[in-house]
Design a protein around this ligand. Structure first.
Ligand code: NAD
Ligand code: UDP
Length: 324
């Protein structure tokens, strides 16, 4: 290994953050996981707590924190619609004030900083698939805006710190990602369908199920994070990170039922406002700059995820909000 770095993972106890912490700890780095546990719980990282190169801090990124680090990954933000809409004002503060605090730290420490941005910056896109050059179609006053506009403002802050202070930034725009350690009550489509299929409950399709998403397996995505942090300094992004396999929500429901071997019925519920109609990443830039593309097809990733869901005890998970 080249050198041991001190790495802060904000939002490190979450679904993606806990896996990123594992990867970085395995590489021998000195990892600080910072989280307020809004949408996660300590059990996601308890297996790391006794390791000498792992440290856990309960802290909210909206408040400043003083640490000395070489790299920062900013994943701190609720990601599931039911979670980020629970307290939309706090969601916006987390994206904006949280980014300001972490960018300030990166500036002071001369550290590299990665922002976990999102395909939601494209809103309900009129361009398909979405390249990074597409500026998006976001409703600034809708119920998703606290997340979409918060993440867009965070990207603006990252680029302004870069232009004003030469801060070493990297922005990854993440498309729907799934895998083991998703919160079983986060209300996202993959976790909802698996929990419903395993328990024999009805599968809730919002709208007619013709809307599409492109689903990336967790391990593929976290590989892209690390490659981007290790890329040359001019690779600021934004770079799309996601799997190009595009599926309708109805196809996802049918595949989940087939893999689980479940007899749950499909039921149709109203489509939430501003729900994007189509979503698929153009990953030309990720291939070119990171030499990265996803390896795990949906059927394989979904099978592993379902295995994990079969083994967990749902009673040991606290629903983060009543919106699940
Ligand atoms: P997650 O909810 O499991 O993880 C987010 C983590 O941030 C949680 O541990 C939560 O407790 C923590 N957090 C939230 N607010 C905080 C605050 N104010 N201070 C400190 N910690 C806070 O979700 P995830 O899927 O692991 O998402 C991680 C990041 O990736 C998020 O920033 C999300 O916006 C982004 N992202 C994820 C996806 C996806 O499909 N999983 C897609 C696009 C973007
Ligand atoms: N969805 C659904 N049933 C559910 C949960 C979600 O049909 O139980 C739909 C949702 O309306 C959206 C898609 O699945 O069209 C993906 O939803 P998710 O909340 O996972 O993520 P999004 O990409 O919308 O942020």
């Amino acid at each position: 290994m080249a050198s041991i770095k001190r790495i802060l993972v904000a939002g490190g106890a979450g679904f993606l953050g806990s896996h990123l912490c594992e990867r970085l700890v395995d590489q021998g780095h000195d990892v600080i996981c910072l989280d307020n546990f809004f949408t996660s719980q300590k059990t996601n990282v308890t297996h790391l707590l006794n390791l000498p190169n792992f440290e856990l801090i309960r802290h909210d990124v909206v408040a400043p924190v003083l640490l000395e680090v070489d790299e920062v990954y900013n994943l701190a933000c609720p990601a599931a619609p039911g979670h980020y809409q629970y307290n939309p004002i706090k969601t916006m503060k987390t994206s904006i004030q949280g980014s300001i605090n972490l960018l300030g730290m990166a500036k002071r420490c001369n550290a590299k900083i990665f922002q976990a941005s999102t395909s939601e910056v494209y809103g309900d896109p009129e361009v398909h698939p979405q390249p990074e050059s597409y500026r998006g179609s976001v409703n600034p006053i809708g119920i998703r805006a606290c997340y979409d506009e918060g993440k867009r403002a965070a990207e603006t802050l990252f680029f302004d710190y870069h232009r004003m202070h030469k801060t070493n930034i990297r922005i990854g725009r993440i498309f729907n990602t799934y895998g083991p350690r998703m919160h079983p009550f986060d209300g996202r489509v993959v976790s909802n369908f698996i929990v419903q299929a395993l328990s024999g409950e009805d599968i809730t399709i919002f709208g007619d199920g013709s809307q599409t998403r492109s689903f990336c397996y967790r391990d593929d995505l976290v590989e892209a994070f690390i490659r981007m942090m290790d890329a040359p300094d001019d690779v600021t992004g934004p770079i799309n990170m996601g799997n190009q396999g595009e599926y309708t929500i109805k196809e996802l429901a049918e595949l989940t039922l087939e893999i689980v071997g479940s007899k749950s019925k499909l039921v149709y519920k109203p489509l939430p406002p501003d729900d994007p109609t189509r979503r698929q990443p153009d990953i030309t830039l990720a291939k070119k700059h990171l030499g990265w593309e996803p390896k795990v097809p949906l059927r394989e990733g979904l099978t592993k995820t379902i295995e994990w869901f079969r083994e967990i005890n749902l009673d040991s998970y606290r629903p983060p909000t009543p919106n699940h």
